[in-house]
Design a protein around this ligand. Structure first.
Ligand code: GLP
Length: 244
């Protein structure tokens, strides 16, 4: 059974989640965090910055590993996930930039970059992996059709994902068509996995996830159905199609 924590509003959801992260970082200052982009985790990052400013937490020895990145965007591009992470979190806390790991989608040899990232993940077991969920059930950029055993790899983005993510670009033609992403087996390998789902546009995906009782290759998030420490943090809107 997938554990879903339902919150009556986003404020209470993120208050609890921020407190959880602060507690875990204080318990283990060398914690290895798997981080995600997208709009879902932004309030968590905002809350963590506030707690850092209030001297409740330090990121000095925290190690981070991001899930994914678009192929072909420079780091400075304001739509790159590198830019997103620095803009929404890293520039505002005391993290050591050498402890930040983000796969690069802007190198000449992408296979070599996948190998580099896989080696890094093999040497660093992630304590808490954060996830959002795509409307089509993607996690990271593991689109429907992705095998369970995958490690970091290059993907062709699904037309639904390109459409969904076009809201951040000036036109749909500017949305990259490829990305580099941790694989499903990298994600499920984390000790704990937290998935954030807020808003009505996630309700279908959360319904499908709640009903998952085996891995369905057409719904990547179902790969977490039997993870021993997986929790969904969802608001009422995201839970509007399920009974809990
Ligand atoms: C992107 C990211 C995912 C993210 C998803 C949902 O495609 N690659 O990691 O979970 O979008 O994004 P949002 O949180 O903005 O709905």
């Amino acid at each position: 059974m997938i554990k879903i924590k339902k919150f009556s509003n986003k404020e209470s959801l993120f208050k609890e989640l921020v407190n959880y992260y602060v507690k875990r970082i204080n318990e283990n200052p060398n914690i290895k965090l798997g981080l995600a982009t997208g709009s879902s985790p932004i309030p968590l990052y905002k809350g963590l910055i506030e707690e850092y400013e209030n001297k409740k937490v330090s990121f000095k020895n925290v190690l981070t590993f991001n899930l994914d990145e678009y192929v072909g965007l420079e780091k400075e591009n304001d739509q790159s996930y590198y830019y997103f992470m620095f803009n929404n979190l890293f520039n505002h806390v005391d993290i050591n930039k050498n402890n930040v790991n983000i796969p690069s989608g802007n190198v000449s040899d992408l296979n070599k970059e996948c190998d580099r990232y896989n080696k890094l993940l093999s040497n660093n077991k992630i304590d808490i992996q954060l996830l959002g969920i795509g409307a089509n059930g993607h996690i990271g950029f593991n689109e429907p059709g992705t095998e369970f055993e995958t490690r970091t790899h290059i993907v062709d983005l699904d037309s639904q994902t390109i459409k969904d993510n076009s809201r951040f670009f000036e036109s749909i033609d500017l949305v990259p068509k490829k990305a580099i992403t941790m694989g499903i087996s990298d994600i499920v390998n984390a000790d704990k996995v937290i998935l954030i789902a807020t808003g009505k546009n996630k309700a279908e995906a959360i319904k499908k996830l709640a009903e998952s009782d085996k891995f369905d290759i057409n719904f990547p998030a179902s790969s977490l159905y039997d993870h021993k420490n997986f929790t969904v943090y969802a608001d009422e809107d995201a839970c509007s199609l399920i009974k809990i």
